[in-house]
Ligand binder design. Sequence first.
Ligand SMILES: NC(=O)c1ccc[n+]([C@@H]2O[C@H](COP(=O)([O-])OP(=O)(O)OC[C@H]3O[C@@H](n4cnc5c(N)ncnc54)[C@H](O)[C@@H]3O)[C@@H](O)[C@H]2O)c1
Length: 284
Amino acid sequence: MSQIKTVSVIGAGGKMGMRISANLQRSDYQMFYCESAPQGQQRVAAEGREISDANSVVPLSDVVILAVPDIVLGKVSESVVPQMKSGAILLTLDPAAAYANLIAQRADIEYAVAHPCHPSVFLERYTKEEHADAFGGVAALQHVAAAYEAGSAEQKAELSNVIKVMYGPVEQVHWVTVTQLAYLEPTLVETVACMVGAFMKEALDETVKHSGVPEEAAKAMLYGHIQIALAVAFRATNPFSDACMIAMEYGREKIVKPDWKQIFDQKELDIVIARMLKIDAIRR
Ligand SMILES: NC(=O)c1ccc[n+]([C@@H]2O[C@H](COP(=O)([O-])OP(=O)(O)OC[C@H]3O[C@@H](n4cnc5c(N)ncnc54)[C@H](O)[C@@H]3O)[C@@H](O)[C@H]2O)c1
C-alpha cells in the first residue's frame, strides 16, 4: 500500500504550480495548495482549488513540492523544512538550488528533484491536443529526469507515482544524481539546446534583414531544415550530403569555439549555476 497519501504544493499559483496542481487535483492524493502572492492565490481559486496555510498543512504532508522560484528556494526551504514530518519528502523541480546546497537540511527528511523532459521532438503525436502540448503535462507523452539519491528502489517507485501524476502523461522517470541532473539542465538543454534554438531565430531574422528574402520563405526553409537536420543528426534517417558537410564544417569553424566542451568541466557548471541563482559562488 502506498505510503504517500498527502501532498502539498508550495507556490501553487506560479507557472509550474498551476500545471502540476491541475494534474494532482484529479489524483487520489489528498492535496493542499499554498501560495503567498494575491494574484497567484486568485489563479488557484479560479481553478476551484482552495488555498491552505503552509504552517498548517506542511506538517501533515508526505510530500512537499516547492514550486517557488529557484532564487528563493533556499529561503522558503528554511521555513518549510523544520515543519515537515519525519520521513517526508521535499521535492523540488529544478536541480540548481540542490546542486548549490542552498536547500535547508534535516537528517530525517528525504530530498528529491524531478524535472520534466518535455515531449520529444520525435514523439509520434496523433491528436490535436498532443500537437498543441509543447510543454508536456497535458496530452503529449514525456519523460522525466529525477534525482533521489538516498531513496531505495521502493521509495523511488512510490515517488515515481507522484511524479507521473504531476507531469503526466509520463512514459518513464529516469533516475540520476543531482549533479547529473544539473549536467542535463542547465548544461545540455539550456546552455546548449535552448541557446541554439534562440540562435537559429536570430539567424532567421538576420537572413531576412540581410538578404531581403521574404520572411515566409526563410521560415519555410528553416523550419523544414530544422526537422531534417535533427532527423539526420539524431536518427541517421539519411546522411547529410557531401556539400552540406562542407558547409557544416565551415559553420563550426566560424561559430563554435574549439574549446566549447569546457562547459562540461564541473567548475563551469558551478559558474553557470551560481549565475542562475544570482549568488557569488555555489556552496560545497
Ligand atoms: N517555468 C518553467 O518552465 C519550469 C520548468 C521546469 C522547472 N521549473 C522549476 O519550477 C520551479 C518554479 O518555477 P516557476 O517558473 O513555476 O516560478 P513562478 O515564478 O512562475 O512561480 C512561483 C510561485 O511561487 C510563489 N511563491 C514564492 N514564494 C512563496 C512562498 N514562500 N510560499 C508560497 N508561494 C510562494 C510565487 O508567488 C509564485 O506564484 C523552479 O524551481 C523552476 O526552476 C520551471
